[in-house]
Design a protein. Structure first.
Length: 283
């Protein structure tokens, strides 16, 4: 009897030990599995920089040295991609960047900069006389210049360039001008007392508005900025949210008349909430 009881106790003990070993192995395997998964996830995070997106700093208006320093502070690099000359910007400053400020990117991303030239490029003024306004506009843009103020004078050649000027002075073909300068144009408006309807300029950039107005033999007058437009770069991106006189008012203007416009970067101010980005993309 005692021998059988001893054998039974030994069997129970062996079964108990086996169950403890199995349980311990299961627990050990569980922790190894958890550790393995955690380790792999950490490796993947390091490899893909998961959850480590960084906001691109705003480098507009900074010198190249300051822009590169600001980029380094965010674990990024800055590199000059292009240069232009804009009279509204400080020489040697950043006028544009890609990616845009505020965009989320990975560490070590390169920010490409467009700088305002310290020594602006100079070129020979092309001849625009006798070209239509659209032809002259295309030629001005191809030379890296901008269309400035447009005025009209009585002439048989309707909407054709009669003279080219800069800051009120006559501008002759071959004259040296700074790239990015604005060229003022004098266009013919015909010899009659003909009048024209008022186009709708709301939602257009200033350049688009100039072309649209010129198609009706009109010009832009004052361009009034709201509080969202603070510099020349903003002005290039802004769109018209109000004009005077208004389109559809039934008023017929004499050829050569000017339309005053108000511009903004705030899409909420534009009837129909026209996207500023979509509008400027058309330029």
């Amino acid at each position: 009897m005692n021998r059988d009881r001893t054998k039974m106790n030994m069997g129970n003990m062996i079964n108990y030990i086996k169950s403890r070993i199995i349980l311990r192995n299961l627990v050990l395997a569980f922790f190894i599995l958890i550790f393995g998964i955690t380790f792999i996830m950490q490796i993947l995070k390091v490899y893909t920089r998961h959850n480590h997106d960084i906001a691109v700093p705003d480098l507009a208006g900074l010198s190249l040295t300051d822009a590169m320093a600001a980029a380094r502070e965010r674990d990024m690099t800055a590199e000059v991609f292009d240069s232009v000359f804009l009279a509204d910007f400080e020489k040697g400053s950043v006028v544009e960047q890609h990616p845009k400020a505020g965009r989320k990117v990975k560490k070590d991303r390169t920010i490409f900069l467009t700088m305002n030239a310290i020594n602006p490029e100079k070129l020979a003024m092309p001849n625009l006389v006798d070209l239509t306004f659209r032809q002259a506009s295309a030629k001005i843009e191809s030379f890296g210049l901008k269309v400035g103020h447009i005025t009209y004078e009585p002439d048989l050649a309707i909407n054709v360039v009669l003279a080219q000027r800069m800051r009120g002075a006559p501008l002759q073909p071959g004259d040296t001008v700074v790239k990015g300068s604005a060229v003022d144009l004098v266009l013919g408006k015909g010899l009659s007392d003909e009048r024209t309807g008022i186009p709708n300029l709301v939602g257009l950039s200033l350049e688009q508005a100039k072309i649209t107005a010129s198609d009706r033999f009109l010009s832009l007058g004052a361009a009034v900025r709201d509080q969202s437009v603070v510099n020349g770069e903003d002005e290039m991106k802004a769109v018209v949210f109000r004009q005077k006189p208004e389109a559809g008012s039934g008023i017929m203007l004499p050829l050569g008349s000017a339309i005053d416009v108000w511009i903004t970067l705030d899409s909420a101010r534009i009837p129909g909430h026209i996207s500023i980005q979509d509008s400027t993309a058309l330029n």
